[in-house]
Design a binder for this molecule. Sequence first.
Ligand code: LLP
Length: 423
Amino acid sequence: MTVAPHFQFHHRTLHAEQVPLTELAEQFGTPLYVYSRHALRDAWESYRIAGQGRKLLVCYGMKANSNLAVLQEFAQLGTGFDIVSGGELARVLAAGGDPSKVVFSGVGKQVWEIEAALQAGVKCFNVESEGELERIAEIAARMGKRAPISLRVNPDVDAHTHPYISTGLKDNKFGVPIEHAPAIYARAQQLESLLITGVDCHIGSQITEISPYLDALDKLIKLIKQLQAQGVQLEHLDLGGGLGIRYTDETPATPSDLLSHVFVALDEHQLGHLEIVLEPGRSMVGNAGVLLTRVEYLKHGDGKNFAIIDAAMNDLIRPTLYDAWHSVEAVEPRPVNPDTPVYDLVGPICESGDWIARDRQLALAPDDLLAIMSAGAYAFTMSSQYNTRPRAAEVMVDGSTVHLIRPREELASLFASERLLPK
Ligand code: LLP
């Protein structure tokens, strides 16, 4: 068993759904991102079922994986989107997403981005500062529109996750301190070009327990009561994203674990009428993808053994950036015994930080194929062209059918828009 249900071994070869990864490597080359369409559907289904009978809007946190085909699939299933830039809005529109189900988060919304979002008719701006509130009000007034807003509050709870992806603590740059929220809502009430529709928080990512959410929810419920007393009636409560996935042996809480607790708490406080918005990213796509890579060389040293693979930190930066663990599976595993070497898997980039996995006991030979697991989220979207390496191709597997959803970048395209100085 691997960590990802739709990537399993059949006849001793790792498959994506019904397609052997060996065939995909042959046809498309490596490094290659391979996604499972059924894994996307299953992830959506677990949220849909958890929200059955209640008002729940899932706004997929598309920064996790913004390939148009992924967005298209989710849009067809009925999700909305959590966007953080005008670029992401453009992608949603290009993929056929419904702008009225889009929430716009982010601390640095620029004028043109606010204009584009108002033009498109997004569901809500998740406002992260007083300055932003004033800016949105001005732009909306100028455009003769009313901007739907919700304030992103920082509930000061510890999500018990990596410091780089923990966002709900006082010291983080995100949102406004929850104690300031009533005054900022009062200001928003005075601005006619704003329409207050909700309240929002997002406390972090790869959260495996429910308790940080419930701590945040407690504080939000108190705030909502206080707002009611000052005449602010909200339509929705956005709890952000953050549910974790299994990378190795985690047992993350599921959407129904989370939502069942949330609904009980809201009902207890006579707030069952509120629409719940969630912004899951990782848990929608993380285990729907693998990064397929080939071993180029093996280097056996005194202290360390290196497997030099054709994927690098430009393709998958999570290990070196967050010390993140991704499981590694040999696509056609060879028998492992106590003498099998332990390898660091490293890429061809000229940096010691260019590693994908460390201390893995694997029986390897040059040309072997490896699958870096759980690479559907924050993988391709965080990739770059560092060392002038074309970004990897992406394919979507659906049963036994394979769709190329992004060809490998052509070398010439990497510098096609650059200009030589005049002679
Ligand atoms: N909503 C907001 C406002 C966010 O900032 C994020 C993620 C999400 C939703 C989606 O969170 P998720 O459900 O995916 O945890 N690059 C890091 C993760 C950064 C998360 C940033 N914000 C990683 O590779 O682990």
